[in-house]
Design a protein around this ligand. Sequence first.
Ligand SMILES: *Cc1c(COP(=O)(O)O)cnc(C)c1O
Length: 382
Amino acid sequence: MSDDHSSFGFSTRAIHVGQDPEPRTGAVTVPVFQTSTFAQEAVGKHTGYEYARTGNPTRTALEAALASMEGAAFGVDFASGLAAEDAILRMLRPGDHIVMGNDAYGGTFRLISKVFAPMGITWSAHDLTDPAGLGAAWPENTKIVWAETPTNPLLTVIDIAAVADVAHANGALLVCDNTFATPYLQQPLAHGADLVVHSTTKYLGGHSDTVGGFVATNNAEFDTHLRYIQNAVGAVRGPWDVYLTLRGAKTLAIRMDRHNENAAAVVEMLEANSAVSSVLYPGLSSHPGHEAATRQMSGFGGMVSFRAAGGRDAAIRIIEKAKLFILAESLGAVESLIEHPGVMTHASAEGSPLEVPDDLVRLSVGIEDISDILADLEQALS
Ligand SMILES: *Cc1c(COP(=O)(O)O)cnc(C)c1O
């Protein structure tokens, strides 16, 4: 993996690492290598590419760029965020235990509790904002602590370094889902996480046009495991989808600057609106995780959740009244989205320790003009 550009800044690396001009033609943009197989010069003598499940040059470019953005030595691309999570969880064996946050992403909870639990892997949900409490109640055989920060959809902030210390003191790994923050705002490996996972469907791709997942690590053994699973299980993407993520990732920094700015203005407006009972955003000094967020993030991101003063029905009315904000699942793209986590993205957590309040509204604040964003929310709240 090329690290010729390792001394460059974040955006330079996003635009150049793994993306030297194509040697045969000089094409400046990484080509979409739309091929399933690669000609070999002699039996067993190949270019490094044999079959496209195992490796494709477009995918290699994306893996190098995203790894560099995370400050990681290694990175592996997968068919979706959940396929990336699955590849990590396949390190576990029957009898092993997973500790997850008590507001983990609904799909992560479903994967662990419905797919891995029947295979003999046990789990428990904990308040990861209290690392000392976790250490005191440490479940036996825990091999992985699975943390998200900020969390989806409650925007809870977890102190990565403190949770990493507790995990490591007990012989477990820390996996950090960095989907909400993105590597531009937060690099969990630098704070002690062992593996970073992304749904690149969200901010890294940034345009709501492709589904993908990614894992970054500095540990060569984990990289070998992930590569093995990538090839052996085969949850890989076609080159067009990989190309779209590579194109999206180049502009991550400027998009995130705008997301940060727009979200801050939305938070200020919501805080002053009587239809809103509380605003959940790590940038608020009243947010319980504000101090940790300030330490480990360079900006607070584009995700904002709030609770409707009028309860569940009011929340649904607000969501359905929004016009510019599109009513849809997913997040992290150029357009603003609005949703009801209780009924939509987090329905699989109903009745579990991970259930979310039913008056909660989640916003993915886009990069449209802030005057249009504010006007739409104001009419929806009125
Ligand atoms: C969307 C999401 C995932 C799952 O990723 P997919 O690409 O949808 O499979 C995992 N974690 C978080 C925080 C997400 O928002």
